[in-house]
Design a protein around this ligand. Structure first.
Ligand code: ARG
Length: 459
């Protein structure tokens, strides 16, 4: 392909380090779509004849069909997907194939292919995230008034509802979706026409190819066009943030499934057994989603390191963008699908959740708030009196609601029997109806609003 000035072929090791066809064959559809748009533009601008244009497009269609049928013979001697496709095209249609690369370089070609690939990946991932939200919202509706302990420091803090907990992830995933949408908007410019780096002396029309490939327009600077991989990093950054969210939920699923918790159970469909311990039921999908986060964030770091010392414009280092990109996207898609599956599969254990939520004086704050509201104590004083009551109950080994009125009044004389009304976990969550709070009524409303906000559905 570039043999004019070469007498000898590359050494075996040169071929090995140089070839990217082993992984960039995944760009074939984008590569061919880009070539079709380029050929059409060359014809429209009278840079090649209509006859050659037709032959090129027919040939490219054939190449695509061969790749999809699995009959295409990829060659490492031809380095990458661009050379592999072009060589086969020329084999099929003769010298006209050699005209396709007029006013184009592999530098703007690969920049285009990867852009199209990332855009396609976003268009796959976005609806998958919406589906995960749909799963979370449905389960939140089902568990809108199911009480569980809310934790800080993984210590029982206050009772919350399981539905409210699930809806927290709906918000996170909503932000993840907006990050992908934002990335897509910013990256949707075509690098085609930059050629090697400086533009082309041919009367090309980059606006035409940009439009044909559904970009908002061509990139303004040819040097930037061939050297920019920001969009790959942004895509992997958005993927990393999403993976971190999925990993936190995965960790919770692992904890909730564990024997000391028993808050939820996953079915046979989302667990595996042990080869030695017959009783085991391991939440592997959650563990793997948690584990794959390392790969995705690793890809982000890898890409930043590849680019950080690169002078303008193209450097072969950039070929190293593809494996981390593909791996991050594949891993993320798998994690999202597994998470949606687990969310739909899980079965809560409301009795167990309620029991844990009721223990450890989780309604102590409700007692302090009652003293503020009904007795008019400053919150600090109410906090202190409640602390004394918790100490007393703990000494006796009973719940706060099991202390007698006399015992309570010994600590704070103004307490009346009305206090018992706030000392249950049900009363506690029901009272938390401030904006964004955990009350079942709030969760039911949040479910309806989320369907409208995120899924474009009414209620
Ligand atoms: N396989 C190369 C890559 O992935 C294509 C671009 C090669 N360009 C060049 N001037 N050698 O980056």
């Amino acid at each position: 392909m570039w043999g004019g000035r070469y007498k000898l072929g590359p050494s075996e090791i040169m071929e090995k380090i140089n070839a990217s066809i082993g992984f960039d064959k995944r760009l074939y559809a984008q590569d061919i779509a880009g070539s079709v748009a380029h050929a059409d533009m060359l014809v429209a601008q009278k840079i090649i004849t209509a006859k050659d244009g037709r032959a090129i497009k027919a040939g490219l269609a054939k190449v695509k069909a061969e790749i999809e049928a699995g009959t295409f013979k990829f060659s490492t001697k031809l380095e990458d997907i661009h050379f592999n496709v072009e060589q086969r095209l020329t084999d099929l249609i003769g010298p006209a194939g050699g005209r396709l690369h007029t006013a184009r370089s592999r530098n703007d070609q690969v920049a285009l292919d990867v852009r199209l690939w990332v855009r396609d990946a976003i268009d796959r991932i976005e609806p998958m995230l919406a589906d995960l939200q749909a799963a979370l919202i449905d389960r939140a509706e089902e568990y809108a008034s199911t009480i569980m302990p809310g934790f800080t420091h993984l210590q029982t803090a206050q009772p919350i509802t399981f539905g409210h907990h699930l809806m927290a992830y709906v918000e996170m995933v909503g932000r993840d979706r907006s990050r992908f949408a934002d990335c897509r908007k910013r990256m949707n410019e075509s690098p085609l026409g930059a050629a090697a780096l400086a533009g082309s002396p041919h009367p090309i029309d980059p606006r035409k190819t940009a439009k044909a490939l559904r970009f908002d327009g061509p990139m303004a600077n040819s040097l930037d066009a061939v050297s920019d991989r920001d969009y790959v990093i942004e895509f992997i950054a958005a993927s990393s943030m999403t993976a971190v969210h999925l990993s936190r939920l995965s960790e919770e699923i692992v904890i909730w499934c564990s024997a000391p918790f028993r808050f939820i159970a996953l079915s046979d469909a989302f667990t595996t057994g042990s080869s030695i311990m017959p009783q085991k039921r391991n939440p592997d999908a959650a563990e793997l989603a948690r584990g794959k986060t390392g790969r995705i964030v690793g890809a982000f770091v890898a890409l930043c390191m590849v680019l950080k010392g690169l002078p303008l414009t193209y450097g072969k280092d950039m070929q190293e963008d593809k494996e981390p990109l593909f791996d991050a996207a594949d891993s993320l898609e798998l994690c999202i699908a597994a998470m949606a599956g687990m969310v739909r599969d899980l079965k809560a254990n409301p009795e167990r959740m309620r029991a844990v939520a009721s223990a450890d004086y989780s309604v102590a704050t409700d007692l302090a708030d009652w003293l503020v509201r009904e007795v008019g104590l400053p919150f600090r004083q109410a906090h202190h009196a409640t602390g004394a009551l918790v100490a007393k109950a703990s000494e006796k080994g009973v719940d706060l609601g099991e202390l007698s009125l006399a015992e309570m009044q010994a600590v704070e004389p103004a307490i009346t029997k009305g206090v018992y009304g706030v000392l249950t976990v049900e009363a506690s969550v029901k009272a938390r109806k401030s904006l964004g709070g955990t009350a079942p009524a709030n969760v039911e409303r949040a479910v309806k609003e989320a369907r409208r906000r995120f899924l474009g559905r009414r209620g």
